[in-house]
Design a protein around this ligand. Structure first.
Ligand code: CA
Length: 476
């Protein structure tokens, strides 16, 4: 068993406490604490000195083995702190920050050759001994030091206009936007992908999520041609909406053509399942978006339009039923694992605008609130005039993680411009920690299967769904 060691936190600067009391967010702490990674308690990882630009006497690397971590014990004054991690990573790498047993997942962006600082969000320290650790995540990064600074008071969100990007949005669509906006910063709407999961939540908690999230995937023509039929039809969506759910609709758009439809070994010798029903993945199709968009007279371009027209038929059924939709197409483009992101930011943005024009102008669809899924990179953002809400998709290790670092990053980009939401989430965020850290997602939509017994306990699920800030489906 490893001996618990106290690490001396080096005092690098002193902030003069303001003396004013600004509610719970006001920390009593006044010191910035610095922890050199090489003084931490290591598991798996090792101390290194070969690089340049580190602080202290070295840095820590080799986080690749399962269970690798660097851990510290430090004495602090209770309060909310912001964490800055000095790190180095050749490409984006996930990691977990664990403070007194509470885990938050985040990703280091590529740092280049030198060490860089990453704002890892807010954490809560208590008076006296605290344990703080960085745990492996994806590995393949190096840690130089951690810095904990007392968090400033939580600022109110900048005012947002309720206007939608579509000037012709229907009254019900405007009304939904208004409702979300009135609650933004104060409450969080619950949401869930798949009707079966909604039934599970109802069974465990006695209430149902406000938002039902659905997928138009099986209306993709290249799937229909191979005999799929949607498990949740548009008609089902209409009946769910009439029962009181708000609707979030996404589209795993199977590539219009050029599906590989086979299993194969990639360059690293790993087997890739590229059968037709995985045809929205980059690895399952050779459909080239950049090439298609470069020639509007091409067959590929025509197929893009005809696929959009097919989906428009379904969205029109919802419009006819006077149901507004949180419309979230072309999600996770920045990840490049879907063909619509595979050719980079420019073709993606071009496709987004084409989809926007085709649906709002050609098809006169005015029941859509356009939700963009951001991975944080600003050059992928299609623009304020074609986006209404910005979301993030995340699967943190702690399934109740409020994702404070991602919130801060998106707030920095979009505060005063767009509402922010957890558009896909591998759990249910803890609204108590959201309040504590000033994280104010407009809504969350838990992914299908992410609330099973091994992921969120039934007691926890009940607690989360009955927190006072959570808005559920109205009881009728
Ligand atoms: Ca160091």
């Amino acid at each position: 068993m490893l001996k618990r060691e106290k690490v001396i936190a080096v005092l690098v600067s002193v902030i003069v406490a303001s003396g004013s009391v600004n509610g719970v967010a006001q920390t009593k702490a006044s010191k910035v604490l610095r922890l050199e990674a090489e003084t931490g308690q290591l598991s798996g990882a090792t101390v290194m000195k070969a690089g340049t630009g580190f602080t202290g006497t070295g840095y820590v690397g080799s986080f690749e083995a399962p269970g690798s971590s660097v851990r510290f014990h430090l004495t602090a004054s209770s309060g909310i702190y912001e964490v800055l991690v000095r790190y180095r990573a050749a490409s984006e790498k996930g990691f977990d920050l664990v403070v007194n047993g509470k885990k938050t997942s985040a990703k280091f962006p590529a740092s280049g050759q030198g060490f860089a600082g990453y704002k890892a969000g807010k954490v809560s320290l208590r008076n006296g001994d605290n344990e703080i650790a960085i745990e492996r995540g994806w590995g393949y990064y190096e840690i130089d030091a951690l810095e904990l600074s007392p968090a400033p008071a939580i600022l109110p969100l900048k005012p947002l206009k309720a206007t939608l990007s579509d000037a012709k949005a229907t009254p019900k669509t405007r009304q939904l936007m208004q409702t979300l906006l009135q609650n933004y910063g104060k409450k969080i709407f619950s949401g869930q992908q798949n009707v079966n999961d909604v039934a599970f939540i109802r069974q465990v908690t006695g209430v149902a999520p406000a938002i039902l999230s659905c997928d138009l995937m099986d209306y993709s023509p290249s799937r229909v041609a191979r005999g799929t039929h949607s498990e949740t039809t548009t008609e089902n969506m209409i009946s769910e909406a009439r029962s009181g759910h708000l609707l979030s609709v996404m589209w795993h758009w199977n590539a219009p053509k050029d599906l590989l439809d086979k299993k194969y070994k990639n360059a690293r010798g790993q087997e890739v399942d590229a059968r037709w029903y995985r045809g929205f993945y980059t690895e399952a199709t050779t459909f080239d978006l950049a090439k298609a968009l470069s020639d509007p007279s091409s067959e590929d371009y025509r197929l893009i339009l005809s696929d959009i027209d097919t989906i428009a038929v379904e969205l029109k059924k919802l419009q006819k039923a006077e149901i507004p939709v949180l419309w979230r197409p072309l999600h996770e483009a920045e990840g490049t694992w879907f063909w619509w992101g595979a050719k980079g930011a420019e073709p993606f943005k071009q496709l987004w605008r084409l989809l926007y024009r085709r649906l709002t102008e050609t098809h006169q669809l005015h029941n859509l609130i356009w939700v963009y899924t951001s991975g944080g990179k600003q050059d992928w953002y299609p623009g304020d005039n074609v986006v209404d809400i910005v979301g993030t998709d995340a699967y943190p290790t702690d399934v109740t993680d409020p994702l404070s670092s991602i919130w801060e990053e998106l707030l920095h980009q979009f505060d005063g411009r767009k509402m922010l939401a957890l558009t896909e989430f591998g759990g249910v965020p803890d609204s108590a920690r959201m309040s504590e850290f000033g994280v104010r997602w407009a809504y969350f939509a838990s992914w299908g299967g992410s609330l099973g017994p091994k992921k969120v306990s039934q007691e926890e699920l009940k607690r989360l769904y009955h927190e006072k800030q959570v808005v559920n489906k109205p009881v009728r």
